[in-house]
Ligand binder design. Structure first.
Ligand code: DHB
Length: 503
């Protein structure tokens, strides 16, 4: 066969396989869910390809769930078929491939009762859960997962008129690696860097900015996460480490105890020393406009800023029990035994009390990190022996694992180890794109005080950068919460309803 004829035949074959990106409203299964004693009826549209030319069809698909009421002119929670927001929970954990989510399929780490998707349906949201490619496949390496989430957003916008729900009100949600991708999806809306790959996949021609971002414990800013981790945990030499096959927060973890050897402690010192220059280069400010910086020894206003979130969580925990005081007004329960036990359990807190309750006066951040304990060995993400999940994330079709920081490339334990290209690293870091012009105005970030999967500095940098860019940021480090997500659905949905309804 002549070459041109062969190409023509291949093109025809590709065209024949290409999926339509038009939403088929009549192809669904009728389902119900019980949420807080009420029954919610919805239509399930499952396994819809969101690109015309999928590379990994089992992951590049989306499940869409729509309350039945919206097909009968009904309304739920003040929303109608025209105004209902679209809740976009990704299921990504450990930067692994992720199938689209299904309401009621319990995930590790969520609160008991209805899950996030069922709760969303009961509250009148459209649920659209995209699958995405992941690090274990040669075609799932960075930045494949973010291409996929963007393609899913484009699919929803392309079908805005054909589907109930408002594609201008897409709210992304994710945990851990999924939290990082939720942040990145918001930060990178409509950025041209991603355009050629989206074209090649046959993504719908539509915008991919979203309305709001919810992220739990984002494993983000990966190329500075090693330095951040050592800034937090340097000097903590005992660790409880997990196998990378258990990175995914949905899998129950087994931890192996150990102690950093002299070489690892040296790596920790070198990485910790890199962090102040990085933080200082960001020009971050707190809400009062004061500079957030670090001294060479790791102390400084940025550390105080991170500690302030931990102090606020401790304060809320201390004062959560209310009792009737004078004139029947509720006051925090002074319960001296409970306060004494709290101080004994958390000796890194300085607390004093007055008639308004017991208040955290100081957080000793170094002692806090020691008390929480180290979970990763240095470098925590770009491992010198290429053994981390993130090394695999930054691999390519030819090399399964690669470095992605100059430090680990220079100190690699593997002969001939490759390094990811600058464009890929840029496209995985939300800070490459966050500015006043970044699309979503509304951001909610949560990372628990007991999370050791990445430094608390990562979420703090994101929050400060977003605030400094004029965004509405709801940021907290909930007390005692380990690496997990979806544990505060009442608050999450109150926040989402608030931003959508303008409260
Ligand atoms: C996840 C956890 C990690 O510790 C990590 O490095 C990457 C991802 C996760 O739970 O998704």
């Amino acid at each position: 066969m002549k070459k041109t004829a062969l190409i023509a035949t291949m093109t025809l074959a590709n065209l024949a396989q290409a999926h339509s990106l038009d939403f088929a409203a009549d192809t669904y299964t009728a389902k119900t869910a019980e949420v807080n004693g009420a029954t919610i009826a919805y239509r399930a549209y499952e396994g819809i390809p969101y690109v015309k030319k999928p590379v990994e069809p089992e992951y590049q698909q989306i499940n869409i769930y729509i309350p039945e009421a919206y097909f009968n002119g009904g309304s739920i929670n003040g929303y109608s078929a025209a105004t209902a927001p679209i809740f976009l929970p990704n299921q990504i954990g450990g930067y692994m491939p992720a199938k689209p989510g299904v309401p009621g399929e319990r995930r590790h780490g969520g609160q008991p009762g209805a899950d996030a998707m069922q709760t969303a349906l009961a509250k009148g949201y459209i649920v659209a859960s995209p699958g995405a490619r992941g690090r274990t496949s040669p075609t799932g390496k960075a930045p494949a997962a973010i291409y996929d989430l963007k393609a899913a957003v484009r699919y929803l916008r392309h079908n805005d008129a054909a589907m109930p729900g408002d594609a201008e009100k897409i709210i992304s949600n994710g945990t851990s690696a999924g939290g990082a991708l939720s942040v990145l999806l918001g930060a990178s809306g409509n950025q041209p860097d991603y355009e050629p790959a989206l074209k090649a996949l046959g993504a719908a021609e539509a915008r991919d900015d979203i309305y709001a971002v919810s992220a739990y414990c984002p494993i983000s800013i990966l190329e500075h996460a090693d330095a951040a981790y050592e800034w937090e945990f340097n000097g903590v030499n005992d660790y409880e480490k997990m196998d990378i096959t258990m990175l995914d927060y949905k899998v129950e973890r087994k931890l192996v105890k150990g102690t950093l050897d002299a070489a690892e402690q040296h790596v920790s010192d070198e990485l910790k020393a890199q962090f102040p220059a990085y933080v200082n280069s960001l020009g971050l400010k707190n809400a009062r406009g004061e500079a957030l910086t670090l001294n060479d020894d790791g102390s400084g206003s940025f550390r105080d800023y991170v500690a302030s979130y931990i102090g606020a969580a401790a304060d809320a925990e201390l004062n959560k029990n209310q009792i009737p005081g004078a004139l029947g007004v509720l006051i925090p329960d002074p319960n001296p035994e409970r306060v004494a036990a709290f101080v004994e359990e958390n000796p890194w807190l300085t607390i004093d009390g007055n008639f308004t309750g017991n208040h955290v006066r100081k957080v000793d951040f170094v002692a806090y990190a020691k008390a929480m304990g180290r979970q990763k060995t240095p470098p925590a993400f770009d491992a010198l022996d290429l053994s981390s999940g993130e090394n695999q994330l930054f691999g390519d079709a030819h090399q399964d694992t690669r470095h992605f920081t100059a430090y680990s490339a220079a100190n690699s334990a593997v002969k001939g180890a490759g390094t990811a290209d600058a464009a890929t690293i840029k496209m995985m870091n939300p800070l490459s794109y966050i500015s006043e012009k970044t699309a979503p105005q509304h951001w909610r970030i949560r990372v628990g005080t007991k999370d050791r999967d990445t430094s608390h500095a990562i979420a703090a940098i994101l929050a400060a950068k977003l605030q400094n860019s004029g965004k509405n940021v709801d940021m907290a480090m909930p007390w005692g919460v380990p690496h997990s997500g979806d544990y505060d659905l009442d608050e999450l949905f109150a926040w989402m309803d608030g931003i959508v309804k303008g409260k």
